[in-house]
Design a protein around this ligand. Structure first.
Ligand code: PXP
Length: 237
């Protein structure tokens, strides 16, 4: 299983003082040194953490892949087609939310999703749709032309260690198997941490996990290189 590190929180910390520290590029380089498969950043509509200049610089300096998380808007489509990151993960976005709260409702906006995905895939950008592990959303995602889905692991992460853990875990596992049977490649992410991540190895053929908050939080105490290395170790098969 591959590890993509979401570095939005480095930008949040940087923006708190308006300067350049901690440096996003140095952060990405350390992640790459440890051997991550890619760097993920969410360019939000309100630019609260990652800025346009950040994604441009990252695209230039990264030796691995840039995964651009973005909302399904005309503005973001234009930016992605100009930037040409290796991958785009389409997420729902609400201005007031602290982080992405739920999966994209592909089923209720299938035509819009098809039109959105097409130019990106034509530009050789691997598109992933961030969705909840429900069969309806997966069926819809398989009709959009996107190569990947990213399963929202937030419910599982919240249930971890409680009596609903197994139920939430099985939803993810069944969703992954169903998606793969429809020809989709499957990533997962959101809320994964050093305690709950190990069960992702029980899900067959997951390609990549995208993890941000837990890694950056741990990095505060042990350093980024160690924090990323530990997570990489935990998910290696
Ligand atoms: N995947 C997606 C689509 C996300 O929106 C986020 C949060 O930005 C993550 C993964 C990473 O989640 P976390 O920061 O909880 O690890």
């Amino acid at each position: 299983m591959l590890l993509g590190v979401n570095i939005d929180h480095i930008a949040t910390l940087r923006n708190a003082r308006g300067g350049v520290e901690p440096d996003l590029i140095e952060c990405a380089k350390i992640c790459e040194k440890v051997g991550v498969a890619g760097i993920t950043t969410h360019l939000r509509e309100d630019r609260r953490h990652i800025k346009d200049a950040d994604v441009k610089t990252l695209k230039t300096i990264l030796k691995t892949r840039l995964n651009l998380e973005m909302a399904m808007t005309e503005e973001m489509l234009k930016i992605a087609l100009e930037l040409k990151p290796a991958a785009c993960c389409i997420v729902p976005e609400k201005r007031q939310e602290l982080t992405t709260e739920g999966g994209l409702d592909v089923a209720s906006q299938l035509d819009k999703a098809i039109k959105f995905v097409k130019p990106l895939e034509e530009a050789k950008i691997a598109v992933s749709l961030f969705i909840d592990p429900g069969l309806k959303q997966i069926s819809a995602a398989s009709k959009t032309g996107a190569e990947f889905i990213e399963l929202h692991t937030g419910q599982y992460a919240e249930a971890f260690g409680t009596e609903s853990e197994e139920n939430e875990f099985q939803k993810l596992k069944e969703a992954a198997i169903f998606a793969q049977s429809l020809g989709l490649k499957v990533n997962a992410g959101h809320g994964l941490n050093y305690e709950n991540v190990h069960r992702m190895k029980e899900i067959p053929d997951l390609v990549e996990l995208n993890i941000g908050h837990s890694i950056i939080s741990r990095a505060v105490f042990v350093g980024l290189e160690v924090a990323v290395g530990e997570m990489k170790q935990l998910i290696s098969l």
